[in-house]
Design a protein around this ligand. Sequence first.
Ligand code: TRP
Ligand code: SF4
Length: 400
Amino acid sequence: MYAERVLSGMRPTGSLHLGHYHGVLKNWVNLQHEYPCLFFVADWHALTTQYDSPQGIEKASMDMLVDWLAAGVDPNQATLFIQSKVPEHAELHLLLSMMTPLGWLERVPTYKDQQEKLANKDLSTYGFLGYPLLMSADILIYRADNVPVGEDQIPHVEFTRELARRFNHMYGREPGFEDKAREAVKKLGSKKARLYEEMRTRFQQNGDRDAIEQAKAVLDEVQHLSMADRERLFGYLEGTGKMILVEPGYLLTEASRMPGLDGQKMSKSYNNTITLREPEESVAKKVKSMPTDPARVRRNDPGDPAKCPVWQLHQVYSDDSCKEWVQHGCKTAGIGCIECKQPVIDGILKEQAPMRERAQVYLDDPTLVKNIVADGCEKAREYARETMRDVREAMGLEYH
Ligand code: TRP
Ligand code: SF4
């Protein structure tokens, strides 16, 4: 059975905070049990905006990897690697650049947005324009089926899909494609072949996308198929030619509702974060200095949790009976704010305890992290090399 592959990357921003944990990392930890997963540090992507100050990238990458491991990303289940250690990404990026219409890149919404947002930087560079293309290369080189991303990244995945389709259409027309595809159908065995043909007809005559999905499910069950035949059969379904690159889907990561210390969304740029491995004293100090409902000037003034950022954290960390206690105690001035904050502090520390413990192992022996990444890079390169062989072949660069 061919298992769907999941791939995602993160720019090396240094220490991650609890917003990253609740938004992205918990999701990765769940996915690693369900799919073969590849997670990588997008260090070249950092250079697209930070080309003038690359000094911090290496440390930020290593810190981030420790945070992933601390959060429970398990190197025995998922493949962890660093983008720049798999130079095949760059080769695919180059080859794709030959056939990528400039207009497609200029129309990606983040292009103009980010240029305006980061107006103090000169982002009229080749690399910055090519950011989505580099991301496409990251995805396509692993023939990823699913890419978990936040909402802002969806246009990039859609761009990747269009690019894969264009590529397959342009280079998937190997000589004798139809004959080869028909030969491959025979290899399915009579029952599966009949099902496949039926689904293919249903799509070709009625444009029924369900039929495509069903046919793909049939192909997934066949073990003895070569990669080349599998691609032909995928492409033959839609009539596009051999499917060399796989059109990825996305898995939308719900925007993290993790509130920061001031009630706004937790974000480094708002300076309202608690880091994943924030020292215990610092957690307590930060929560104790959080603003509360401004109406509670004195201990005896009743308040309203709806107007208080501490309440938002209770919603993440407290059970119903504690939340009941807050609601009642706050509105009747039965509890003070210091008291009210203690369960939040406890909740955060409890969540962090296993992370701190896991991280300590890697902090004590940083070569462990290096080895995990080296293994991950080797594994990633194997996949990447396989795809590149097919891509070079399709583009007439095999030099047999
Ligand atoms: N662009 C992504 C971000 O800023 C990071 C990224 C780079 C990525 N390559 C990727 C995410 C490939 C998913 C797949 O968040
Ligand atoms: Fe906020 Fe709790 Fe103080 Fe009410 S008692 S204002 S919810 S910190």
